[in-house]
Write a protein that binds this ligand. Structure first.
Ligand code: 13P
Ligand code: SF4
Length: 305
C-alpha cells in the first residue's frame, strides 16, 4: 500500500464508521492530511467538546485522549499510539499537590493541561499555552500555585504581574533542552530571521524571542508575518508544516534536539489500524474520576473560550 492509498482508505473508513480524527500539530504531515481537525491543546479540547462522532481517534499523547474522554464519556476514544505519554504529565501526583494545598491554603491550583486526569482531580482549573494568560487574568482569585511547568508559569507571571503566582520545578524535557547558547547561535547564523518559541522553553530562551506562543500561535504568526525567515523554537515537526504552508518563506529549527519522542510515536499505519478496528488504546475511565477531573476542563473552556 502506498501512503496515498492508505490515506484514502482511512478517509473512506472514518466516514463509513462515523469516526473523528483529532490531530495535534506535532504529528507528521501524512497524518495531518487525514485529520478532521488539527490544532493545539486548547483547540483540540474545544473540538472534543463539539464532535458528534461515535469514535474519536486522538493522534497525540495520553492526556489529550483523557481530555476527550472526560468531555465525551459516551464516546469510544482511542489513543492512536498506546505508549504515547507526556513525561511532564507524570511529574507530579495527587499526594504531593494535596500536601501543597494544605501548606498554602490561600492558593488555588492552576494546572497546565499536560497533567494526568488523576492530578486534575486536586486542581481548580486547567490552562493551555494559548489560553493561560487570558484565563489567569480572568480568574476571580489572586493567589495561584501554577503546576507543573515552571517555564510556562514564569512566562505567564511576567504578563500577569498583578497576581501572586508560585511555581514548582516541573516542565517539558523536550523544550527545556534548548539552551540560551543555542538560541544566540541560531540568531547569529540567521540574522534576518525572527525567533518564534513555545513558552515551554526556558525563560532565558523565551527572552530572546520575537514571539512566544502555542503551536497554533507560532504557525499563525509565521503565516501572517511579512518576514521571510523564521527560527522555530518548538517541536521540529512545526518546521516542516510551516515549510508546506509557506513555501516562499524559510524555516529553521532552533535546535536539532527539539524532538518529542512521544509525539513522534504515532505512524499513519497506527491511524489505519485504529479505523480498521484493530489498533490504538481505548481510554477507559471510571465515572467518579471523570466527574472529579472534568471540573478543571469545564472551567478552562468557560474562562478561555
Ligand atoms: P500546545 O499544543 O498547547 O501548544 O502545547 C504543546 C505541547 O507540548 C503539547 O504537549
Ligand atoms: Fe509533553 Fe513536551 Fe512532548 Fe508536549 S512536547 S507532549 S509537553 S514532552
Amino acid at each position: 500500500m502506498t501512503t496515498y492509498e492508505m490515506q484514502q482508505e482511512i478517509i473512506r473508513l472514518k466516514k463509513e464508521k462515523n469516526i473523528c480524527i483529532l490531530v495535534h500539530a506535532y504529528q507528521t504531515h501524512d497524518i495531518w492530511e487525514v485529520a478532521d481537525y488539527i490544532g493545539d491543546s486548547f483547540g483540540l479540547t474545544q473540538q472534543a467538546a463539539k464532535s458528534d462522532a461515535d469514535t474519536v481517534i486522538m493522534c497525540g499523547v495520553q492526556f489529550m485522549a483523557e481530555t476527550v474522554k472526560m468531555l465525551s464519556p459516551q464516546k469510544r476514544v482511542l489513543l492512536s499510539a498506546p505508549d504515547a505519554g507526556c513525561p511532564m504529565a507524570e511529574q507530579m501526583d495527587r499526594i504531593m499537590i494535596r500536601q501543597m494545598r494544605e501548606m498554602m491554603p490561600d492558593y488555588k491550583v492552576v494546572a497546565y493541561i499536560n497533567t494526568t486526569a488523576e492530578l486534575k482531580t486536586v486542581c481548580d482549573v486547567c490552562v493551555t499555552s494559548s489560553s493561560a494568560v487570558k484565563i489567569i487574568r480572568a480568574l476571580p482569585y489572586d493567589k495561584i500555585l501554577f503546576i507543573p511547568d515552571c517555564n510556562l508559569g514564569s512566562w505567564v507571571k511576567q504578563q500577569v504581574p498583578e497576581k501572586e503566582i508560585k511555581l514548582l520545578q516541573g516542565g517539558c524535557p523536550t523544550h527545556a533542552r534548548i539552551t540560551e547558547q543555542e538560541a544566540q547561535k541560531a540568531k547569529a547564523l540567521h540574522p534576518d530571521a525572527l525567533l518564534l518559541v513555545h513558552p515551554e522553553c526556558r525563560p532565558e530562551v523565551t527572552a530572546l524571542a520575537d514571539y512566544a506562543g502555542s503551536t497554533t500561535g507560532i504557525m499563525d504568526y509565521a503565516k501572517k508575518s511579512d518576514a521571510k525567515e523564521f527560527i522555530i523554537g518548538t517541536e521540529n515537526s512545526i518546521v516542516q508544516h510551516l515549510q508546506f504552508a509557506c513555501p516562499e518563506k524559510r524555516f529553521y529549527p532552533l535546535s536539532k534536539d527539539c524532538i518529542c519522542h512521544n509525539m513522534r510515536l504515532t505512524t499513519l499505519g497506527d491511524v489505519y489500524d485504529c479505523v480498521c478496528g484493530r489498533g490504538g488504546k481505548e481510554i477507559v475511565m471510571d465515572d467518579k474520576l471523570i466527574a472529579d477531573a472534568r471540573h478543571c476542563i469545564d472551567e478552562m473552556l468557560a474562562y478561555g473560550g
